[in-house]
Design a protein around this ligand. Structure first.
Ligand code: TXA
Ligand code: MG
Length: 333
């Protein structure tokens, strides 16, 4: 158990963060505390990546198993390279094309990051976020920040400061509120340790865009149960799940179930909110931006089951969305 803390919320402007306000958060981090901050994907739970004690606090606050390594966030490419013992050509090219942005690169680690942050692996996951607040914060702290998504282990990632407060309030020192995140699902995770590079977790930077830059290994089933985590420790089925059961169905079945509804809620595809259906936009960017907000919304209700109409066509940027929907709907209970 972690001790009960008072979690302070500070508000900053998303486009031009007030540095004097952010400085308070930077000080908490420098002293080894836990601060949740916005990135363009989801809110992260930040701590000094180089401090073993600070990193251990992240695992405790989230109830996250020590076998699940963290992503280390940097503000510059130079800093990223100091965290790697070897910086492959593929890393150089992918970082050049997509950083800052929702792409995390797994490389061989240097000694700068303690083993605890990387779950004892000899690799480290690094990302340069494209969010003015995240970048300003890392620069103010003057050191890389380890930051997993700021939710209790296995729960839905937060896209607002309120989501963070609901999940981790009382367990962390501070939350920086800069409004809802713009991208909505977690970064694409790509390992460049071996050639060719391989996607470990799909994101909104899709396979086609990545393969325009480097050669990619073919797709394999990477969802593994918690017992022996490979190739990416955190990709168990239990991730990204709201409390109610999630069922992913074709439109025809969705419409049939709509009429039979006790104890169920519905997430459909469309522009307007009508009747009992919570609608998400028909384009992948809009859908991704709203998905976790919808999950958090139903997390709070006493509904037993959420029926989700299959969106899009499981290609391009939809792949990341289908990945999260499938994980949510295959949650073991
Ligand atoms: O968009 C994001 O990536 C967000 C924001 C906050 O940056 N972060 C995030 O972190 O989603 P997290 O901890 O929830 O997910 C990180 C994933 C986990 O599945 C973890 O197992 C994997 O990255 N990972 C971390 N280090 C790894 C490594 N060295 N090798 C393979 N997978 C790794
Ligand atoms: Mg997470």
């Amino acid at each position: 158990m972690t001790e009960k803390k008072k979690t302070k919320v500070i508000r900053v402007n998303v486009d031009e963060p007030e540095l004097e306000i952010l400085e308070e958060a930077a000080r908490v981090l420098r002293e080894g505390g836990l601060v949740a901050f916005p990135t363009e994907t989801v809110y992260g739970l930040g701590a000094l990546a180089e401090s073993e004690r600070a990193v251990e606090k992240i695992f405790a606050a989230k109830n996250r198993p020590a076998t699940n390594p963290l992503i280390v966030h940097v503000a510059t490419l130079e800093e990223a390279k100091t965290l790697a013992s070897h910086w492959p050509q593929a890393a150089e090219e992918l970082a050049g094309a997509f950083w800052p942005g929702p792409l995390t690169l797994v490389v061989k680690k240097s000694d700068r990051i303690p083993a605890a942050a990387c779950a004892g692996l000899d690799t480290v996951a690094i990302r340069m976020p494209a969010h003015p607040v995240a970048l300003a914060l890392i620069e103010l702290v003057g050191a890389p920040l380890a930051a997993p998504s700021a939710n209790p282990y296995t729960r839905v990632s937060p896209t607002t400061a309120e989501h963070v407060m609901r999940g981790l309030g009382g367990r962390i020192d501070m939350i920086i509120d800069a409004g809802p995140t713009s991208s909505g699902v977690e970064s694409a995770l790509v390992t460049v340790v071996e050639n060719p590079a391989e996607i470990l977790r799909p994101g909104m930077i899709d396979r086609q865009r990545l393969s325009g830059i480097v050669e990619l290994a073919s797709i394999r089933e990477i969802v593994v149960e918690d017992s022996r985590p490979r190739p990416s420790p955190g990709l168990s089925r239990n991730h990204y799940s709201p409390r109610p059961r999630v069922r992913l169905v074709e439109r025809e079945e969705f419409l049939a179930l709509l009429d039979s509804g006790e104890g169920r809620e519905f997430i459909g595809v469309g522009e307007e909110d009508e009747g009992k259906v919570y609608h998400l936009p028909p384009d992948p960017c809009g859908y991704a931006r709203g998905l976790y907000k919808a999950f958090h919304h139903f997390d709070r209700s006493d509904v037993e089951e959420i029926i989700v109409e299959k969106p899009g066509d499981d290609s391009g940027a939809w792949t990341a969305i289908f990945d999260r929907l499938r994980r949510a709907s295959s949650k073991s209970r």
